[in-house]
Write a protein that binds this ligand. Sequence first.
Ligand code: ADP
Ligand code: MG
Length: 338
Amino acid sequence: MKRFLGIFITGLLLLTLCGCDSGAVRVQTATDVVMGTVVTIKLYTTESEDLTGELLALLGRLEEDELSRRLPSSEVYRLNSSEHGREQQVSEGLGKTLERCAKIGTASGGALDITMGAVVQLWDIDHYADCPEEFMRPEKSEIAQALSTCGWEKISLSESAQSITLEPNTVLDLGAVGKGIALDRILAYLEGKPAVSGAVISVGGSVLTYGCKPDNSAWRIGITDPFDTSDVCGYLLLEGTKCVSTSGNYERYVEVDGVHYHHILDPKTGEPVQNGLASVTIVSSDGFLSDALSTACYVTGEEKGLKLTERYGCQAMFVSEDGLLRMTEGFRQLFEPK
Ligand code: ADP
Ligand code: MG
């Protein structure tokens, strides 16, 4: 009896500590297209106030006010269309993002390069993925011309990242980190809402898990099978707050005459990366890191990518084009193969 009571009290304590008193917990769900991708939200909360609309609006503002390369209302658009060669002010949020991108850019040997906007625009895979019949492969000379505007030396950030100077024709593109930043903003929002005991939110290929489920079981996150995107190659079983990002050659692409042109570009060649990888998945407690590293590691390939993820204390899985799944030990402990 004593032992039974002990287990019972421990159970109650765990439930209270977790804030997961299932009796009063309600579920809120929403799905919408924001930031050019599908966003799904599932929240567990003890209050009836609907938070999903606020979260979707928050992501809309992130795109419209800060990150979009296409919307004239955004800060990135303003910088790209400002007079180059002159110092421009940046907001605190974007300044921090640029600083973090620069650090990972250096640490990855230039694999993550947010100055590649001109090359991204030239290929415009995002657009042609929806109308492949219109796709025309850029000429080598056009790629060389666009590449000449890229590289970390083409931008200079002031000491405290309050201003930036772009070299002539350099175009910023934050597509590689936008979804991860979205996860960080969502996390900050949820941390200010004590009534939310758990959440799972996906922004395209990036997923945030937060808190716990009412039954305290682990979050089960499917990882897309790069060879059959309607299926998964396995599941991650996650506890508490985690961010998962996957970069793959199946996300946005055009296939012409048997050649697969996708949206992750090699800053050395200006062409879609061809290194035998189909996808890279990163697990981190930070959204920006998971997204930045999934793109960077896709570009560097497995060997350098493993060193990079180790340096940042993240877990990684590399899926090769011949179907091999290679992962860090920490990833293996969280992974349930299909
Ligand atoms: P997704 O946007 O599908 O989640 P990624 O996070 O890997 O995929 O980001 C890919 C996007 O990043 C591209 O669409 C492009 O805008 C940009 N990009 C492509 N190659 C690079 C690169 N080497 N460094 C930085 N950004 C890149
Ligand atoms: Mg990324």
